[in-house]
Each structure stands twice: as C-alpha cells, then as structure tokens.
Ligand binder design. Structure first.
Ligand SMILES: O=c1ccn([C@@H]2O[C@H](COP(=O)(O)OP(=O)(O)O[C@H]3O[C@H](CO)[C@@H](O)[C@H](O)[C@H]3O)[C@@H](O)[C@H]2O)c(=O)[nH]1
Ligand SMILES: [Mn+2]
Length: 714
C-alpha cells in the first residue's frame, strides 16, 4: 500500500455499532408477532366458520397483524447492522501536504420558494453560514434559487453579500463556533474571552473582541432591519434599476433573472483590507424562468436549474444542497464531508455524503412528532450500514458526476484511461444535457474526470449562457429529471433521486460530526407538520407505484436487496394507514357489537397479545431512552404516530389513488418557516449571552435580534 493510500484511510473510519441486546429484543418481538399470527390462524381454522361476525373480525385482525409483522421485519432489516463514520478533518492537511489548492471546489445550493412562508432573513442566515464555512473561499460558490421571484429576497441577498465582507473575516478571525449570525448572537457573548481560548494579553484582546463583537452585532441588526422593512413594490419602483427585471414579473410567469451578487475573483483585485485570506465566496441569485404552460417540477426543477447554472459558471465537482432554513451549524462541515468524499480507497463508498436532519428551536419533547430523532439515530445509522443513508433533500454533498448519471468505477485509477477512450460524443452529450455548448463542455470535463476546467474568469460575462440553460424549455427532449440531475415524478424528489444513485451502484456515507453539520427548522404547529407528512407520504407512494419502485430497481439494477427493503420502511408509510386505522377501529367495533377480536383474559391465549403489547412498548421506550430522549417524547410521538397515520398518511394514500385514476394532481405545499431563536445550550455553545440575558430581563422569549419582531407573523 502506498503512503498516499494510508493517509487516505485515516481521513475516515467506518465503525460498526454493536447492538446484540437490541437484536435479541428484535427477535423477541418478532417471535411474539409470529405466535400471535399462528394462534389466530389456527383458531380460525378450528372454529371453521362458526359465528360469522366473529370470524370476520378475526380475519381483519389477522390481515392487519400480518402487515404489522411485515413492517416489523422491514424495520429489523434496516436497523440490524448500524455503523457510524468518524471523520478527521485535521488530517486533510497531511493528505494534501498542506496545499489547499488541491481541495475540490464546492458549489453550494440554497432553495427558497416563497418570501412569505420562508422569510428572507431565514435564507440570509443560511447563506451567511455557508459563505463563512472553514474552506478556501475561492473554492466555494453559493447559488440561491428563488422560486418566489421576489425582489425582497434578491435585495436581502445583495445586502447579505455586503454584510458578508465583514462577517466572514470576523467569524474566521475569532473562530466563531456557529456562523449563522442569528444563532451566533443568541449564543455567544461579547465578554466571553474564555470562549476564544484566552491566552496572553487577554485583557487587550478581550477589549478588542468586545468592540468587534458589538459593532458586528449592530451591523447585523441593521441588516435585519433593512431586510424586514424592504417592500416588494417600492424596491421594484426604485429608480436605480437594480430590480428592473422584477417589474411586472409574476412568480408563475417570468423570464429568468440571474444576478452575480458577489464574485470571489473580483475580490482578489480589490484592495480590501477587510478581506482575510481569499475573501468571501461568490454569491449568485437565480430565479428560473416560469411559464404557466410548462411544468416546473417544484424543488427538483429548481435543483436542476442550479446544477446547470453552476455548471456553466463554476462547475465544481462537489455540490452541497440545503433548504433555505438549514444553516451550517459546524463551520467545518465541508471539511468533514471531504473526509468522506476523499477518504475511501474507492469513491464508490461515498457517491454522496448526507448529514442527518437535525432541528433547532424544536419544541420540548417533540409534541408534533416531526423531529424524528429516533428514526435518524436507529434507522439512519442502520441504513448507513447497508448501501448507505438515503438522500434527505438537504444537508447533502453530491458528486456532480454522480448527478450526471455516471456509474461507479468509471474515471478512477485503471478505468480512467478507458473512460477517456470512450469519452461520449458531442451528439450523445447533447441528447442528455441539452443544446448549450458551454454546458456540454463542462459536463464532458466532469464525466471524463479530466482536470477541472479553468474557472470562468468573470462570472458576469457568463450570465447570458446561464440564462439560456435556465429556460423552461431547456430540458425538453433531454435526460434532465430522468437519468440526469434530480429525478421528477415524486413529491419526495430527494428519496427518488437518492434511490436512482443507489440503483446505479453507488453507496452513500453518513456525515455526523459533533456538533451536527447542519440544523434546520421543523414546523412547530400541528397543521404544518401534518401537511408535511402528507406530502412526504404522497411522494413515497408515488415512487412505489412508478417504474422507480425499489423492487424493480433491485431486480433490474444495482440496488441491493436489503437496501431495497430499507427504502420500503418509509415508502410504505401511506400504505400503513388503512391497516392501522382498521386495527384501531376493531376495538370500538367489538365493544359496540359485543364481539371480541382478542382472546379473553381468562383464556391461556391471552398471554401472547399481552406479552407483545408490553414487549413492543418497552422496546420503543427503550429506543427513546437510548437516544437520550424523555418518556414524555416517547408518549408524544406514539400519540402523533396514530394521528399522522390516520390523517396525513391516509389522505396521502387517497391523494395518490385519485392521481392514479387521473382525478387530481399532486402539488408541493411549502412548509412555513418560523423565525425563531437557536435553542442550543449556552454552556455548550460557549458562555453566557448578554443578548439572551437582556431578552430574559425584558420578558421576551426570543433572544435573537431580528427573530423576535416577526415571530408574530406565523
Ligand atoms: O416549488 C418549490 C417548492 C419548494 N422549494 C424548496 O424546497 C425546500 C424544501 O421545502 P419545504 O417546504 O421546507 O419542505 P420540507 O418538508 O421541510 O422538506 C423536506 O422534504 C422535501 C421533500 O418533500 C425535501 O425536498 C427537503 O429537502 C426536505 O427538507 C425549501 O427550501 C423550498 O424553498 C422550491 O425551491 N421550489
Ligand atoms: Mn423544510
């Protein structure tokens, strides 16, 4: 083994997590389920059709219980061999011999769709946290897709680009632990010298830091104030023409608007004494063309436009995508991800790198059951041990070539020469990627894994080309939305797209550094949360009923069988609804009709359902305890599970039935994002917070500037 390979191995470790006791518990519940089925089947046979209504109940119960057993088996499979990935970003320097130039570039995508449901301040915080990541700024570019076509969002980002010139150097200089300003100012302290490690000349340094902190906080509050007072109409009317393109633009019908808000390259020529290192990453605003006559495919469509726009501008080999409300919580997130993208001997192991969804500001004990901590912990790590974690739509690093449909094995080592030899023809590329010459050339360089093409010198000079590839009609007759890019046809484009990648033979890696790489917002209200569950369930059933059904992919492509079963754990959500509802109604029905669907307490057979009830609930509660969650959270989630199943999942089931018979269409209902504070514990985040203290004193529940005033909106 070469020394380079050794260094590679050390960037990450794949650590199997032992769970012998859990496996025994899995089997115990399974045997009880089987015993229940066996007893029920045998008593049905022996009763031989006496007492018709009773038999009817028992048959229904048998069918439901058989289904529950299938669901249990699916979950068992998904959880059986969990793994964890440990990443060592500090070793990256050794890997490259300290030459940052060798780190791959990353194009970062943020999507926003509605300035009302997704306030611009939220998006701005996400963008700022990405711009301030610990990574060479010249290697990062941030693209924001605005499906809302809002001048306010564009204005907010333009202001954010200005603020970033202060913010990025500030966070780097002081080693800020979290780089979304709202989270930083609600958790850090201007007087917290300890936070920065103290050291010699501490008093002077402290005074200087306090000055810098205070002035930065003022700047941020000013930024928030400007954004919140910005008005669509007056911006558009403004004389300077900066927002001229928004005049008369209707969000469902308008030409493409692309604005280079900041070009990192230009910072190098500028003698800006503020700019530390190589300055601030580029920031590009994109509002793709919309027309009422063309489908726009919701988020998947937006992601594909960003993929193409970035291809003709910066063409980074790695793409990071986050939702507008999901900020980078760990400044080293990109470096940790690189450990997984570069750290395997064979890149097949990390076709993409996904951080589990974690939420900030969530309600205590998860009353709406939408934080899904146990699922991510148990099923997430379990699937990571199979072919790899699912793509969750946000907090994910993709290889561009994987998105372009390149199968594993091409372009590495010995096969590299081969791939170059049968480099696809211009015609083939045109058929797949569409007519743009620039896009075809950039795709060719990605597919053949040639050296990264020289970056475009001046981003603005390419805007016209970028507009061409963002047109509504660009995808017509190409492979976009099918074999290339984000896949169309499901409300859960993320699961569908990840499935295609796994079916191509790639594996994926789970990114779980401490602190978590990204934090997002979860709905804090019942209806929003149920709407979200309904959309997911709709999308999942759409997948099951399409040609992307996991069984078909497993039979015809390289989706592993156990991974296929793992996908089914979530794919069957809506299908669970009718069974769970039926079983829940059996009890009341039997009470009213004076029947029973369970053995009487005096009968010996009673012990099986009783033991199952106890074992199943103890198992579930045990999982919550294992994830350091409260019994209250367990109870809340059990309750929400019943509600979700009999409302959101059931409606999703019916929606897809209606869609299948051609009576309705499915639409993506955007989740409302709330402006709220970061609720990380101050001690964990580094010290007391004067802002929080002030907020407490004034009786306000919100500590983050700019996040209080508007919370009444939701
Ligand atoms: O037409 C649209 C609709 C949505 N979005 C964006 O898509 C993202 C996700 O939308 P959201 O309403 O927040 O949905 P969630 O249910 O919270 O999202 C989860 O589920 C989605 C699939 O249903 C995934 O795409 C997301 O990444 C995942 O976080 C947001 O950034 C939106 O701005 C668009 O860009 N265009
Ligand atoms: Mn969301």
């Amino acid at each position: 083994m070469t020394s380079a390979n050794k260094a590679k191995l050390q960037l990450q470790e794949r650590v199997p997590l032992p769970r012998t006791a859990w496996k025994l518990a899995d089997l115990a519940v399974l045997s009880l389920l089987l015993a229940l089925l066996a007893r029920r089947a045998s008593s049905l046979v022996s009763s031989g059709g006496t007492a018709a209504a009773c038999t009817w109940c028992w048959v229904a119960a048998l069918i439901c219980e058989a289904w529950f057993t299938v669901v249990w088996l699916l979950n068992m499979n998904a959880k059986w061999n969990p793994v964890r990935f440990v990443t060592h970003p500090e070793r990256l320097a050794g890997y490259w011999a300290g030459d940052d130039e060798l780190l791959p570039a990353v194009d970062m995508f943020v999507t926003t769709a509605d300035p009302k449901l997704e306030p611009a301040v939220v998006t701005v915080n996400t963008v700022l946290s990405l711009l301030a990541l610990d990574y060479p700024a010249g290697k990062l570019s941030c693209y924001v897709s605005d499906d809302g076509c809002s001048a306010v969002t564009c204005y907010a980002l333009r202001e954010a680009a200005e603020f970033a010139k202060l913010w990025v150097p500030f966070t780097r200089k002081h080693g800020a632990k979290v780089r979304a300003p709202f989270a930083y100012f609600s958790s850090s302290s201007g007087g917290g010298a300890a936070e920065r490690g103290g050291g010699g000349g501490a008093a002077d340094a402290d005074a200087e830091f306090l000055r810098a902190w205070t002035s930065m906080k003022n700047e941020y509050e000013e930024l928030v104030r400007r954004i919140e007072s910005a008005e669509e109409k007056s911006l558009v009317r403004r004389g300077d023409g900066a927002f001229a393109e928004f005049v008369g633009a209707d969000r469902g019908n308008h030409p493409t608007i692309i604005k280079v808000l900041w070009d990192n390259d230009s910072s190098k020529s500028e003698s800006d004494e503020q700019a530390a290192g190589d300055g601030v990453p580029s920031l590009i605003y994109v509002s793709r063309e919309k027309s009422r006559t063309q489908p726009h495919h919701f988020k998947a469509g937006a992601m594909n436009v960003l993929t193409r726009v970035s291809a003709v501008l910066t063409n980074a080999p790695i793409m990071l995508n986050v939702d507008c409300d999901m900020f980078a919580n760990n400044p080293q997130a990109a470096l940790h991800a690189m450990c997984l993208l570069l750290g395997f001997d064979d890149e097949v192991h990390s076709g993409f790198v996904q951080a589990p969804q974690r939420f900030y500001g969530g309600l205590a004990d998860d009353p709406f059951g939408n934080q899904m901590q146990v699922i991510f912990e148990k099923v997430g790590h379990g699937i990571a041990g199979l072919q790899g974690i699912f793509y969750c739509g946000t907090g994910c690093f993709h290889r561009r070539k994987v998105m372009y449909g390149v199968p594993p094995g091409s372009g590495t080592g010995a096969t590299k020469a081969l791939a170059a030899a049968d480099s696809p023809s211009y015609k083939e590329l045109q058929k797949k990627f569409g007519s743009s010459k620039e896009l075809i050339e950039s795709a060719r360089s990605i597919i053949t894994s040639k050296e990264a093409p020289a970056a475009v010198a001046d981003l603005t000079s390419r805007v016209e080309v970028a507009k061409q590839v963002s047109a509504c009609s660009y995808e017509t007759g190409t492979s976009w939305g099918q074999e290339v890019g984000w896949v169309y046809g499901s409300m859960t484009e993320d699961v569908l797209t990840g499935q295609r990648i796994h079916a191509a033979g790639w594996r994926s890696a789970l990114l779980s550094p401490d602190p978590p790489a990204f934090l997002g917002g979860a709905p804090t209200g019942g209806p929003a949360s149920l709407t979200q569950y309904k959309r997911w369930a709709t999308g999942l059933l759409e997948i099951v009923l399409s040609r992307h059904n996991p069984f078909l992919l497993s039979a015809s492509k390289r989706l592993r069988f156990r991974q296929c079963l793992a996908y089914l754990v979530i794919d069957v959500w809506p299908v669970r609804a009718p069974f769970e509802l039926c079983y829940a109604l059996l009890g009341p029905y039997c009470l009213i009709a004076n029947r029973s669907f369970l053995p009487k307490a005096s009968e010996p057979g009673f012990v099986v359902p009783l033991a199952l009830f106890l074992a199943y609930n103890a198992y579930n509660l045990g999982e919550y305890v294992d994830c350091r969650l409260s019994a209250r959270a367990w109870w809340n989630n059990q309750r929400m599970q019943r509600i979700t199943s009999s409302s959101a999942w059931l409606l999703a089931f019916l929606t897809v039935v209606l869609k299948t018979v051609g009576l309705s269409e499915t639409v993506f209902e955007v989740t409302r994002k709330e402006q709220q504070q970061q609720q990380g514990s101050p001690s964990e985040r580094g010290g007391r917070s004067p802002v929080a203290a002030a907020a407490r004193a004034s009786g306000s529940s919100c500590a983050a500037p700019g996040f209080c005033s508007a919370s009444g909106r939701s």
